[in-house]
Write a protein that binds this ligand. Structure first.
Ligand code: PNS
Length: 161
């Protein structure tokens, strides 16, 4: 039976850390569905469509992945698409508590679904979408931290001074 995982997130915006995790997931699973949560809160910089588009652009050369948008419970999506696992990234100890709670809640909701934690390459361990937005909003350079298409969109939104 082919193995399938769902990699969910806000991806506001996609970073090279996310991309690294997508590639690592593809080494373990036959296919990976990147699931972009709709409306991740009023602080979202990019709209649903834009976030999906940026991921599609950056993963154009990758086979065995699909990008979808979702709302509602993550475990329901995982069951609906016939996946066995949820992928989440762990960068530092500070990620642990939130991830631990989510993983156990998701297990409570559907115990047959496993959460698999992957560590991004250490070069990306300090990157988060929140910091990328903060740096870009002040005109800082984020080259090498996000895919080129994301960087372009950030400079369109926040022209460099
Ligand atoms: O990138 P993020 O913001 O850390 O991703 C969080 C996400 C999308 C994985 C989480 O908020 C989520 O699963 N939302 C869907 C609603 C849901 O199932 N909530 C219960 C999770 S225990």
């Amino acid at each position: 039976m082919p193995t399938r995982a769902v990699y969910p997130g806000s991806f506001d915006p996609l970073t090279n850390g996310h991309l690294d995790l997508i590639e690592r997931s593809l080494r373990i699973f036959d296919d990976v569905i990147v699931a972009v949560v709709t409306n991740p809160g009023k602080t979202a910089l990019f709209g649903d469509g834009e976030r999906v588009e940026m991921i599609r652009e950056a993963t154009r050369d990758l086979r065995r992945i699909e990008v979808v948008i979702f709302d509602g419970l993550l475990v329901d999506l995982v069951a609906r698409v016939g996946a066995q696992a949820i992928i989440r990234g762990l960068r530092a100890v500070s990620d642990f508590e939130y991830e631990f709670q989510m993983a156990l809640m998701n297990r409570k909701l559907r115990e047959e679904i496993e959460t698999v934690f992957l560590m991004p390459h250490e070069a990306y361990s300090y990157i988060s979408s929140r910091l990328i937005k903060e740096v870009a909003s002040h005109g800082g350079v984020v080259t090498g931290l996000v895919p080129p298409g994301v960087e372009k969109r950030l400079t369109d939104k926040f022209p460099r001074r």
